[in-house]
Write a protein that binds this ligand. Sequence first.
Ligand code: FE2
Length: 568
Amino acid sequence: MPKSRKKTNKYESVKSKKPAVNASKGVSEVDSLRAEIIVLQKQVNILQAISEITAKDFKLSDILDRFLSTVMDATSSEAGSILLVEKHTNALYFASAKGGKASQIKKFKLAIGEGVAGWVAQTGKPMITPDAAADKRHTTRFDKNLKYKTRNIMCAPLKFDHDILGVIEMLNKKKGKAFDNRDLETLLIFTPYISAIVKNAGLLTDNKEKIERLEHLMGITEYVNSTLELDILLDKMLAASTHMLQAEAGSILLLERDELVFASATGAQKETIKNIRVPIGEGIAGWVAREDRSVLVADAQNDPRFFKKADEKTTFKTRSIIAVPLKTKQRLVGVMEVINKKGGDFFNEDDKNLLEALANQAAVAIENAKLYTETQDMFMNTIKCLAETIDKKDNYTRHHSDGVTTYSMEIGKALGIPDAELKELKIAALFHDIGKIGVDESILRKPAKLTEQEFLEIKKHPDEGANILEPIPQLKDILPVIRHHHERFDGNGYPAGLIGEDIPMHSRIISIADTLDAMLTDRPYRKGLPLETCIQEIQHCSGTQFDPEIVAVAIKAIKKYFSKKVKK
Ligand SMILES: [Fe+2]
């Protein structure tokens, strides 16, 4: 290495390509060649460093961090940062920062046009400010906030084709010096590489996210077609939407007359939020319902439309929201919202488009599920009315069907019967005595012991009940339950004398519930018995009249039910 070359670091300032004016032409040429070699060597070093960085890291933030360190080293900068343009806000955010107050600066953003970095992003031109205090383009906002003194700045745009992707900014040349053109030349060797990486990372992330979102959307379409239970559907829809949009929380509000009602919400506070009503036109959701269009709100707390009631009821703090209308071809059914992008990030237009696509799916599914639920409710109400008609035939057993249903459901739940089967158990319990409709009222209301003939009449009611309901296809599964609700576990019951597990399980449950309600209720010839006596009697009949395994569970369930009732 020639003695004349002062060794500092391997990125020492780029020497001018112009040869120095020298007395001897020969010496001048040698110097010129030497300078060229140094420049080339420096470039090779930089390119080597670049290839090392890009070969080692795959994560954009890591690559940017490493680039920044290398550039700072090459330009002897005290501090530096890479700021990227945030698409939806069109502001610059700190993607990487090192030296100075780097750890604190990342929370700030810079408008395009604000400060030296903003100026470079706006004009697309690199620049050097040897004295920041004297340059009007320099913003003192960060220096003041972070108690840092910026003396001089060097900044270059990160461009790809004609797009400005961001800027790279160096602050305060070390040893009290100022940046010069050689530093800028060095910086400009790096910028095309950083730009290409930023651009590619954006494309890669976009594609990966798009594929993931498409897959989710397909999954949701499949799911939507597989459930008609409104509550389950809403919860699942919301879970999928918040997951896909990386949202901290979300809610679905359904339209009920002139108001929106929170029908589903995510997170720990979901039960608190549920059933809060929002008038049309009020709050962001109310605005969406009135205007019939989506909205992306970046700063909810400072948006006059924001309805603070939901936040006040919980400890949740809403930052940003996307709200979209849920509408079918015919009408608006509600509003879906997602709240706060995870990781302190902001929602963008792509997110809004995705939520709109989800909302289209959700609206149709909600409409179908509502229709189904309404039909189900109507069906259950009709059954209840019929059951009451039977109960009214006998003043003393007025609420018998209700009681048997309640106890059957408690026992069923304690046995871990799935929801769909519990619904069948409920209908069977409500209808178990429908056959009594054909029994003479004088027998049903007789306050004294029944004659053998009268008892034979009564014993017909399980078969009669099953026969009455037979024409209804939806009830075909409960017919055996009704037919056998007076069988005994030991085979001494009626009408078929079935034994043990040959008796339908739901009949074995209703049998216990039926006896319990009969014992607890006042009769013309006796008062209702105390709960403890009833339980003892059921226990006593375990294995003879009743299934012993169900009795064990039933007694616990009944005790629990009554202790809760007393507390209420
Ligand atoms: Fe009965």
